[in-house]
Design a protein around this ligand. Sequence first.
Ligand SMILES: [Zn+2]
Length: 251
Amino acid sequence: MSIWTTRGRLKNVAFTGSPEQLKTLTACRKGESDLVHRDGGWYLYATCEVPDVPVTEPEGFLGVDLGIANIATTSDGTRHSGKSLNAVRHRNRELRRRLQAKQTKSARRLLKKRRRKEARFAADTNHTIAKQIVTEAERTGQGVALENLQGIRDRVRLRKPQRVTLHSWSFHQLGSFIAYKARRAGIALIHVDPAHTSRQCSACGHTERANRPDQETFLCTSCGFAEHADVNAARNIAARGVAGWAVSHAA
Ligand SMILES: [Zn+2]
């Protein structure tokens, strides 16, 4: 690339990226790019216009349940653990508490750096999960069914309000990563009403709070169906995706 500087034009400046990024850049680059200095590194933000891929008619839906212990669980039983992300967040929370008490300039700088690093780690995790989900949907010919996120605040019943904000922000990010990766692969995407997905039996439809004896377990009091609670919820989301798609594409 070449850049204009206060001392004239710098030509043939080397840059790199992942093979996928370089491919997109060659095929779809549009307009100018921005050079950004962030945390001691130089980044090139290039605008690309990627043409829409026609949506393939799905054979069923892969339901995705979002949570904290498991960031995402799919209706085929895959659980994407939030363990390492939660550990990083916990460590940083402790560190933040100690640094905030200090009130020095260097403490503030370190805080800022930590915050950015945590955000990058969360984004990397979300990208990886989104990619695995979309790849699995593509491999099996399914669409992807996600929860409508308006209700997420009620679902994440936590005592500390800042955690609710943090998690709902992260859920929105994961949802948007899945959406854009699905769009680029021509995979059907649908958002469903998440009400009672955790209490409803995905085998017989019986809905009751008592179906959920503890955080991890789903056990239907009516038909006896047993499954990991998050997998059961994801199966409900998948079923609602199928129903929703049929309604919106009936015409
Ligand atoms: Zn049941």
